[in-house]
Structures are given as C-alpha cells and as structure tokens.
Design a binder for this molecule. Sequence first.
Ligand code: ADP
Ligand code: MG
Length: 702
Amino acid sequence: MAVQNIFDTDLKYLKGVGPQRAIILADELGLKTFGDLIYYFPYRYIDRTRFYSINTINEDLGLIQLKGRITKTELVGEGRSQRFVAWFADDTGAIPLVWFKGIKWIKERFMINAEYVVFGKPTEFNHQLNIVHPEVEEMSKYQAKPEFALQPLYNTSEKMKNKMVTTKTIHQLQINLHEVIKNATILETLPRQLLEKLNMPNLKTSLQDIHLPKNQHDLQRAQLRLKFEELFYIQLKLLRLKGIRSRANGGHRFEVVGQCFNNFYNNHLPFSLTNAQKRVLREIRQDTNTGLQMNRLLQGDVGSGKTLVALMSMLLALDNGYQACIMAPTEILAQQHYKSFCDMLAPMGIDVGLLTGSTKQSTRTQLLADLASGQLKILVGTHALIEDRVVFSSLGLVVIDEQHRFGVAQRAKLWSKNQIPPHVLVMTATPIPRTLAMTLYGDLDVSVIDELPPGRKPIRTMHYNDSRRLTMFGFLREQLKLGRQVYIVYPLISEPEASDLKYLEDGVESITRAFPEYAISVVHGRMKPSEKEQSMSFFSKGISQIMIATTVIEVGVNVPNASVMVIENAERFGLSQLHQLRGRVGRGADQSYCILMTGDRLTTEGRKRIQTMVETNDGFEIAEADLKLRGPGDIEGTQQSGVAIDLKIADLGKDNQILMLARNEASLILESDPNLKQPEHVILDSEIKRRWKYEFDWGQIS
Ligand code: ADP
Ligand code: MG
C-alpha cells in the first residue's frame, strides 16, 4: 500500500470493524476510511485522575468521577417502577446511585463500606441529585487499570448505541488505528517553517495526541495545532479569493457625488443621519471610487437604519450613470422596501420598479424592457432578480438585504450579469459575531453601524411564566386602550402531536374570546401571499389592533404604532430570532415592551437565553451569547448561508484568538507570495484544492 494512501483505506479493514460495523459507521457518522475515523475527534475528555467531592457537584458538570463508600442499598417501589438504590458517601456528603435495569445482577454486586470509584452524570430528580446507571468499580481494580488518564468521549447516535457501538468502541478503534499508522509516514499538511515559527507539533503527533493524550499539555498542543490548521485554511482561501478578485476585477468608478444624492440629502431626508450612517456612506464612497469592485458587508442592529444607507448608495450609482438594485429574501420585505423607496424617491421624480415572483406578466414585460433600455434606474425585488431574463443596461450596484439567506452561488450569478461586475453591498438582518463574520464573509470588507437613530426608547423586556397569562392579558388591554397595537407570535400553526407547545390556531381562539372589542389579523406560512399581504396591510393601516402570527413576520415588518411583542414558548426560539422579533416594536415614539412567555420549567440553556434577552438590547452582545450557547451550526441563517462552516474541531464561540492568529498568518503568507508559488507554499495551494474540491472560478465568485 502506498504510504500516502493509508488514510484512504476502507474502514472495514481495520481491526475491530468488520463489514457490519463498517455499515453502521458509514451510515450514522459518515465514516468510511481510516482518514475519516482519525479526523473524527472527541467532543470532550474526562480526566479520570480527577475526583469531585459530593458537596461540589451539580447537574451542569456532565460526566464526573467520585470516590467513596456504599453505606446502604435498598430496593424501592414495586413492579415496573421498581429500582435499586445504593447510597454512596464521601467525606463531604452522600448521593443515591439508581438502577432501573439489571437490578437482579447489580444488587448482589456491592460490598458495604468497601471503597469504590463511581463514574456518571448527576441529574436532579425531585429536588435531589442522583446518578442513574453509573459505572462503579472497586478502588483496587481502578488503580490497577492502565486506563488513559484523559478519556476521550465521542458522539454516537441512538442507533449506534442500540447496536452496541459506543464512545468506548470508537475509542478502541482509534487505539487500533494508531497501531496501524504508528510506523507509517503521515504527510504534513502545514509548511514546516510555519510549524517551527509557531512552535506547533507535526500532524502525526497531533492526531495521536488528540485521540490518545498522555497528559493535558500534549492534548492542548494537539488541539491548538488542529484548530489552527482548520481556521488557517479557511482564512487562506478567503483572503486569497479577495486578493485575486481585487487584482482581476475592474470596477465601475463612481467619481461624482451628484444631483440625485445631494438633492435627497439636502431636501428630502426626513431626519439627519447618525454618525455611524455617515461613516459607512463615506466608506462606500471611497470603495466605489477606486476602480476596483466593492465587496462590502454592512452589519447593524435591527432598526439601525441600514436601508437608508442602501438607498443613498444607490443614488450614488445613479449620479454616475448606473442602475442599482436591491434584493430582499421575501416578497413581504421586497414590497416594504419598494413602498418606502417610492415614498422617498417619488418627490424627486425617480421611478422605482418592483420585481417578484408574483409580478404580473404584462407588468413584468414592460419592466424588463425598461431595465434593458436603461430607462428604469432602480429595481427592488426578490430572488426573481437573479433570473437570466432580467437584463440591465448598466448595473452599477447590487444591494443584498438580509444576506444570510442567499448563497455564494446566487451572489455570483447577479454580477455575472455585467461585463464589469457591479459593486456589491451585503446587509445582514441581525448582527453576527466577529468570528463568524470573519469565517462566513472573510473575503468581504466590513462596515458596522453601531449606533441607533436618536430618540429611541429602549424596549423593556419581561419574562412571564404561563401561570401569569392573565396578568399579560391585562397588560395588553392597557396598551390597546392607549391606542397601541400588539403582536403575538407562536412557534407553531396547528396543534402539535405529543407536545404542549402553544399554537397559533388556539391563540386566535382565546385572544378573540378575551378581546372581543378589537380586530385581529392573522399571518402564517400556510396562507397565500395575497392573503398574507392583506392581513399585514390591515395591521399596518391600524384597521386591526392585534396581529397573531408565526415567525413569518420576523423579517423587516415596520409598524411604528405597535408597542408590544408577545412571544409564546419563547424558550423555543434562538436568541438571534428573539432579538429579531423584538425589533418589530420600538419603532415609534412610545415606550415598547417585549413579553417572553415560557413554561414553568426551563433548561439551564433556555433560562440563560431568556435572561440574556431581559438584560440586553444590544444585538452584537446577543449574537455573541447565541454563538457561545448554541454553536455556529445552530445560529439562524448559517445553514443556508451557502458557506460551509462545518468545523471539526475549532469553536467560533471560544477560539477567537486562534482565529486571529490564523488570519494573521494567512495574510502574511499571501503578502509575500500572493499566488502561493514559492516551494514551501506549494503544499498550501494543494491543500486548498484538496479541501475545496470543486473548481473555483476565482474571478467570478465572491
Ligand atoms: P434596519 O437596519 O433594521 O434595516 P431600517 O433601515 O428599516 O433598519 O430603519 C428603521 C427605521 O429607522 C426606519 O423607519 C427608518 O426610516 C428610520 N431611520 C433610519 N435612519 C434614521 C435616522 N438617521 N434618524 C431617524 N430615523 C432613522
Ligand atoms: Mg432592514
């Protein structure tokens, strides 16, 4: 077998695998080769040399190890609910160990007052901690075992556990695998000079130490190297892309600030810009006047006024003889942009077009003709803008609102519409943490609006249990009497099977009963677009006072008179989503409120999320907290982003410093060798190609 192919070897040839297990590992974890297995890293390590005292443990610790004696055993309960309980004590306290299964066997096993090591996960039951089905081992046996001090834990699925493939099995397979590759040559994947400079271990050592660490020190070095490598290649790819693009793509030069922009700024702007808006506009003006294509990400909290920045950038394009378009992720949002653009631009005599999936054929034909002739300068729309038949005469600027719903390929398609690619301004719906932005959009320049327009009263957020529902109703009544409007958001439309989640249909019924004197609008995802739109417009015109909805109203809806947002089963939503929903109120002059309704029992994580919402209104802070609590995979939008951030080991919530190091090293290398042609960098080029197998058209993709 050729040395470099050892990682390609089929897993079924590994001792301990065989055809049956090979199928399970492939189906459940996607592991097919030696290489797949060795890159299947532990999610945690248990320090088997460490013992906790009983009086210091709690539910949040996960698996822990205790040392002590069994003082008493008893059988509790009858029949199916019968369980075996062993009272386990150390110098600091006692805790029950509980078995529901295997009682017959276990009850003969223990000697009272002999010393044991107990390994398991404390959980709370009836306000008392216990450990269910722990591993229990005599002290003398524990000491004699040549166990690894740091025991790795691997994720496994329910199906695997049923087939007896557990974290221990995978641990054993890793041991077997290391026997095989011990004497093989493993090709290094980072330049030697870089490893020396950063004093990091080589790949082979790192892969060994990540699975079978001899001590904390070796483990940490291995983790650092593997995390660094993972983040480094992403940064190298993105920065290289950015470099190539800026060298290859010319851009339209917006040389003048002319009539459109100035007229709007001086005569039609209904308020003065915030300093942050001014700064971002300056950045955009500089970018668009370099002769290179702008690729800029605009981040700003809900309500920070990103749309206005977009509009004014589009006027800049017009001033220089170009067309501009803005693309929104939903029909509703596109319509809203269209309306506000028309309101602002009509006094200046500038036409705006709207193109969505439901634009009528006759309107569409005229619109497309006006675009192609260059008569229509500003177009608002949805995905429909990407279609091939949409042809501009001279597209100078593309604004993409609520970016994370558009993939890379879709972005690329828009600018292939022109010989010279248009400038691109990407706006996020909610702030994203720096580490995530750098990983998802590391090839873009970033602008931040970190200031809200003046005079906004911070929204007050309150948390109510279901038992305080009547209090909540009372509060709504007060607000409605003041002439305000309220939103009530449900996680589901219909009654769910086997769960006590609140659902919209039930809400409509009970709210109608409780507030007979008010009109109610309903909006959810199963309605036709036209029905949805009518319902929305009733609410925004004030014909209805209560809006009952699912999260379809999340993005962009703007009704300044609405002062209360009630979110049912708030514990079910992610932080960014809660923040986005909350941002629907607080848009007018009145004090606004967000009421988070939850069940009485919350998980630790759920409680933290609700608490974060109550404590802060700062979208950036909330995004950071979300990333830390849930990890990037779960954060709203990242799955659809089209950018794979399937990280095997690095954690964007925690590995901030490693990310900065990786970006810095990548950019130093590219500065000295932009095309990665130097002999010591050839390895970098081939690794990028190996990791991102699909062909890049470096010039086009952004
Ligand atoms: P988002 O950043 O969430 O897209 P919008 O652009 O929708 O925010 O702006 C929210 C509201 O704030 C809009 O009603 C807009 O007209 C208003 N607004 C924007 N900029 C300013 C400003 N400088 N002063 C006062 N109000 C502003
Ligand atoms: Mg917006």
